[in-house]
Design a protein around this ligand. Structure first.
Ligand SMILES: Cc1ncc(COP(=O)(O)O)c(C=O)c1O
Length: 383
């Protein structure tokens, strides 16, 4: 059916190809050194990451999921504690809360930014509330100022799930410095994509840093003396060395994502689709990194458009088709359909279009023209 070349949702090969000689060199350096666990590459990555985020400390770990666990255990959140989070996020955000023994308490999202609605948080606070998990979804920071004042009023910790938003800014401050601890993911499609799984935690606090550092090494300090029950949460030296090659290019890639978002905005406008596809919004005082470019499809045709794009060999995805409170594994935790209207509306109408550094104008035109072909035909047949 498609007469154009396919457009992938995400092309991670572009950045790898661009840096291939430096990546090969980094790999060789680690293999030649024989230091595969911890060592200078990990230490250097951690320093470069904390410099990038403008924070005091960073600790590499096995994945973004692991970063969330390190943060929760590091902040001593566990059985009997409640953590407030949005129901519209990736599963790991809630999974890590449950696995540390705490209870997740969902709070609906802002329908425009898809991030937690800070003005609904206070009604969720109980004497058991210990923390607010601010997820920076799709590349944009949550609205932190009201979250900070609620946290201060009630003595709560703020954790950032910044897995999708490394490099994003809120009022001139980078994600990673907006809470007690921030959690990053280097899953290959993330802003800083690694080569397999890896992640990091970032903090300004020396005590939490120390706890997380020890937890990541089975809770031992010194070797074979355990004061806490930790686990193996380390990042591989090979992964650290490869990420070090990519990190200096991150801001340029974010600029490319931002330019691509502008191009989409203009194409949606010039193709007169603005009533049918609602563009993502960059909130005031935020720098959006567009890890995903997520539109809202009006008129209940999202699933049809999704199928049409896929049939036309255009990569697209629904993040997320079900809010967390509706997942089968949570059917007994007390929420029902209608509990979080904005989240449930988002799951029905959102669609992520192809977005990656290096996406071309021609590829973006194909995406928008294909959307236009479908949407105009639907409007015509409804008339
Ligand atoms: C919001 C969010 N939190 C946490 C994670 C978990 O990261 P990882 O896949 O590196 O474990 C992801 C990954 O997609 C995510 O999008």
């Amino acid at each position: 059916m498609a007469t154009h070349t396919p457009v992938p949702l995400c092309d991670i090969g572009i950045t790898t190809r661009e840096l291939r000689p430096q990546l090969d060199e980094a790999l060789k350096r680690v293999l030649d050194s024989g230091q595969l666990i911890n060592g200078p590459e990990v230490v250097a990555l951690e320093k470069e990451l904390s410099d990038y985020c403008e924070s005091n400390y960073a600790l590499g770990c096995g994945s973004g999921t692991e970063a969330l666990s390190l943060a929760l255990h590091g902040l001593e959140i566990g059985v009997g504690d409640e953590v407030i989070l949005p129901p519209y996020t990736f599963f790991a955000t809630v999974g890590s809360i449950i696995r540390c023994g705490a209870t997740p308490v969902f709070c609906d999202i802002d329908p425009v930014t898809f991030n937690i609605d800070p003005y609904q948080i206070e009604s969720k606070i109980t004497p058991k509330t210990k923390a607010i998990m601010a997820v920076h979804l799709f590349g944009q920071c949550a609205d932190m100022e009201p979250i900070w004042s609620i946290a201060e009023r009630h003595g709560l910790l703020v954790i950032e799930d910044a897995a999708q938003s490394l490099g994003a800014e809120y009022k001139g401050r980078r994600a990673g410095t907006l809470g007690a601890v921030a959690c990053l993911s280097f899953y290959p499609s993330k802003n800083l994509g690694g080569f397999g799984d890896s992640g990091a935690v970032v903090t300004n606090d020396p005590e939490w840093y120390e706890r997380m550092r020890i937890l990541r090494m089975h809770g031992m300090e010194p070797r074979y003396y355990h004061h806490m029950v930790g686990w193996n949460g380390r990042i591989d030296a090979i992964q650290a060395a490869l990420l070090r090659v990519k990190l200096p290019h991150l801001d340029r890639w974010i600029a490319e994502r931002r330019q691509a978002a502008k191009n989409y905005d203009a194409l949606i406008e010039s193709n007169h689709l603005h009533g049918m596809l609602i563009r993502p919004m960059e909130a005031k005082n935020c720098l959006h990194t567009y890890n995903q470019y997520v539109v809202r499809v009006q008129s209940g045709k999202r699933d049809e458009l999704l199928s049409y794009l896929k049939a036309s060999q255009i990569g697209c995805e629904v993040y997320y088709p079900l809010s967390l409170h509706q997942r089968p594994c949570f059917k007994n935790i007390g929420y029902s359909f209608g509990s979080f209207p904005a989240s449930e509306e988002a799951q029905k109408c959102t669609l992520a279009l192809p977005m990656f550094p290096g996406i071309t104008q021609a590829q973006q035109e194909i995406v928008v023209h294909t959307c236009a072909a479908f949407l105009r035909q639907t409007v015509r047949s409804a008339a």
